[in-house]
Design a binder for this molecule. Structure first.
Ligand code: AMP
Ligand code: FE
Ligand code: FE
Ligand code: ZN
Length: 285
């Protein structure tokens, strides 16, 4: 059995992280990780650059994504692990989500303009670069234009759920998200369930084929982590963990604060293999 530790939830500049895939890779190697999951919001564009950055070195890159699904008008984040991210099924949905995020960015800028804030979509686009546009990029544009003093203020005053420039995102249903992940041979895991406060939804997700719960997360305390380990066992699910590091966007970088044993990744691979037998797609591993 391979030793070492893994972090299965990291963001890059492909979504709203502040580090490029290459920078994430260097940090992970520096911290001694054996494997990392790059799980950007709604996109897998960080994966190939990360693999390239690793080159001949030892670090394994776990192909992942963090999809936003909507249920009861709330955002449920669903992690997809070991996905065939080059498959056209995946890339076409990701492209649709990217386009929808762009249009939502335009609408947020319009709303801000109506509120008398003169930011331009060009600025948001410059900040986002190659990334799929999200509220964090708009928040950065507000900071840059001196309309707010902090990133948190941008969310509190303008971009947060109940704030005046909030625009809901086009989201998949939980069923679509889980089916998409399964159709590209991946495993579906509810991200940070402790932040959702909706354990009542879990049985429905289990019926849809959920594979795991993210029990270890920086915002899950000891009690919450154990609660989700227990729930995972009760439902026959796996439990995973990761730091959800966004680089330095939210202050202190979180990489290194969650270290899962390598066996956590092996359990995902085992389950993928078992489920793969019953699925139509071919398994690469
Ligand atoms: P989006 O997917 O575009 O709706 O943006 C969601 C991202 O914005 C989350 O992943 C967080 O990184 C960030 N975010 C959401 N709400 C807040 C908040 N209240 N304060 C700071 N960051 C937030
Ligand atoms: Fe994020
Ligand atoms: Fe999330
Ligand atoms: Zn995340």
């Amino acid at each position: 059995m391979k030793r070492g530790f893994v972090d299965l939830h990291l963001h890059t500049t492909a979504s709203d992280g502040t580090w490029t895939p290459g920078e994430v890779v260097e940090r992970a190697i520096g911290l001694g990780f054996s494997a990392i999951g790059i799980a950007d919001h709604d996109t897998a564009n960080g994966l190939d650059p990360a693999l390239q950055a690793v080159g001949e070195r030892e670090l394994e890159i776990v192909p992942a994504v963090e999809l936003s699904a909507s249920e009861d008008d709330i955002d449920v984040h669903i992690l997809g692990y070991l996905i065939d991210y080059h498959s056209p099924k995946f890339t076409s949905v990701a492209e649709r989500l990217r386009q929808a995020r762009y249009e939502r960015g335009v609408r947020m800028v319009e709303k801000l303009n109506e509120l008398g804030i003169g930011i331009k979509m060009e600025t948001v686009k410059d900040i986002a670069g190659e990334a799929s546009i999200g509220r964090p990029h708009v928040a950065d544009a507000l900071l840059k234009g001196d309309y707010v003093k902090s990133y948190d203020e941008a969310f509190a005053r303008y971009l947060g759920y109940h704030a005046p420039a909030y625009v809901p995102k086009y989201r998949l249903s939980p069923e679509e998200a889980i089916d998409l992940i399964h159709s590209v041979n991946g495993l579906a895991v509810i991200a940070h369930p402790g932040l959702l406060h909706r354990d009542d939804l879990i049985p429905k997700f289990v019926e849809l084929g959920l594979d795991g719960l993210e029990a270890f997360h920086p915002q899950h305390g000891y009690y919450v982590t154990n609660h989700y380990i227990d729930l995972a066992k009760r439902y026959g699910l796996l439990y995973t963990g990761g730091s959800d590091c966004h680089g330095e966007r939210k202050g202190r970088a979180l990489i290194g604060t969650v270290k899962m044993p390598y066996s956590c990744l092996e359990a995902l691979r085992r389950r993928r293999k078992e489920l793969g037998k019953g699925r139509a797609g071919n398994l690469a591993v």
